[in-house]
Ligand binder design. Structure first.
Ligand SMILES: [Zn+2]
Length: 187
């Protein structure tokens, strides 16, 4: 079993954010075996804290076999590179998240062209994530890093930075590279 699989095991992932109190009544939460999983449960009001992965959306922007990456300004994984991506806000659609994150981090306006893939992210210390990645085309804006990105630039697929922030992003980039090479060979 890989380290990644271990990180995704629920007993390892219990309460990474160290929640202590019931959001409903304020009593101290307890770790209880509930239906075969350890969960945080409120002994006073019965509230069960179901800990679900958090969906995130990102965008692949390719220009002449160069892919747009952003450098993270903040922890976790500060100063490492990733695809422009971020967690969904409540009330947003997945596509709205992808477009908003790209705008915030790179100042580019994008039209999403198709779904690239869906990935499980187990190595973000804040949350287990479900990363939904689209391909897109630039329709406006000038490239400029913003929000939680300190840099935003295009990298050749054959010369990507080694310090990619998250495993799911590394997998996306590997698959993207393989796909582009395959398409090149067809031509
Ligand atoms: Zn409670």
């Amino acid at each position: 079993m890989s380290v990644l699989d271990d990180l995704c095991k629920p007993e390892v992932r219990i309460n990474p954010r160290k929640f202590k109190f019931c959001p409903r009544c304020g009593s101290r939460l307890e770790e209880v075996n509930h239906g075969g999983r350890i969960r945080l449960i409120c002994p006073n009001c019965g509230f069960v804290f179901y800990q679900n992965p958090v969906p995130a959306a990102g965008v692949i922007l390719l220009q002449n076999h160069n892919v747009l990456l952003t450098k993270r300004k903040y922890e976790p994984r500060a100063n490492k590179w990733s695809l422009p991506a971020g967690f969904m806000e409540y009330g947003e659609t997945v596509k709205e998240t992808a477009v908003r994150e790209l705008k915030e981090e790179t100042n580019l306006d994008v039209k999403l062209t198709r779904l690239f893939g869906v990935y499980t992210g187990c190595d973000d210390p804040r949350n287990q994530a479900v990363l939904i990645v689209y391909e897109g085309e630039i329709v406006g804006g000038e490239l400029r890093p913003g929000d939680d990105a300190s840099e935003a630039k295009f990298f050749p697929l054959t010369d990507l930075p080694e310090d990619i922030a998250f495993e799911a992003h590394r997998r996306v980039l590997e698959e993207l590279k393989a796909k582009v090479i395959l398409e090149q060979n067809k031509e």
